[in-house]
Design a binder for this molecule. Sequence first.
Ligand code: ATP
Ligand code: MG
Length: 273
Amino acid sequence: MFSTALVLIIIALLFLRNQMRPIIRLANAAEAFGKGRPVGDYKASGALEVRRAGVAFADMRRRIERQIDQRTTMLAGVSHDLRTILTRMRLQLAFLGDTPESEAMRKDVDEMSNMLEDYLAFAKGDGDEEPQETDVALLFEELEEESEISGNNVKASFDGPSEVLLRRNSMKRCLSNLVTNGCKYGQRVELNGTIENDWLIITVDDDGPGIPEDQRDMAFRAFHRLDLARNQDKTGSGLGLAIARDITRSHGGDLYLEDSPLGGLRARLRIPA
Ligand SMILES: Nc1ncnc2c1ncn2[C@@H]1O[C@H](COP(=O)(O)OP(=O)(O)OP(=O)(O)O)[C@@H](O)[C@H]1O
Ligand SMILES: [Mg+2]
């Protein structure tokens, strides 16, 4: 009886292992897709039910990719068409000569083309870039140097090992948006990073006025800028935070706004390392 049971148990274990493998592969593929990493060529296999789940996942992935594609193409198309008209307007303005009115209009046209560039960048997102091993400490140094050139006071420091699999350019854009905000609304900006329990944690602190808790959700909305009184003389399209959150989420992480020990706003982002 004992040996028969042993044989049966071994057969059951072998069978079970075979059934588990496709489920684990499906879970890995779904996890990688969620973190924005390459999924590889996932093929559904295994028992009928597992295969069905696998096919549904592959379909969902295709649908999501198609939707992102559609969004990009549409926004890029609109921006492109508008840009053509703006170029024409700029040309006509050049013929008008230098009057105060044409100067004002030229400024408006310039502002509109800047906005269009922003929209294009937002629409493009980071779909094309492949994740690569990135030294975040080095990225911090670059940001520090760049903001020094534009005359801002940014201090960056990273604690511990700093190699993480990231889309480098997108991540830089994300951090640069947050640092630019800090410099725009405050005087002093601090950038800190560390890796904790397999999560990359980055905080961007400033000593500006901060954002009241009930307005933080609004600040994330694309094209949304908080009340005009605080945005006097400050230009922007209200896309910075929306883009930054988009990028952290596409890495499988998230971005939070909090109170900073420096007295202003703290942007904290966490990404699976
Ligand atoms: N560090 C900050 N301190 C205080 N207020 C901030 C800070 N960062 C953002 N905000 C508020 O949140 C709003 C949205 O920020 P967001 O970066 O999305 O847009 P923007 O900076 O106005 O324009 P853009 O970044 O597109 O040039 C800003 O208009 C500003 O009122
Ligand atoms: Mg901004």
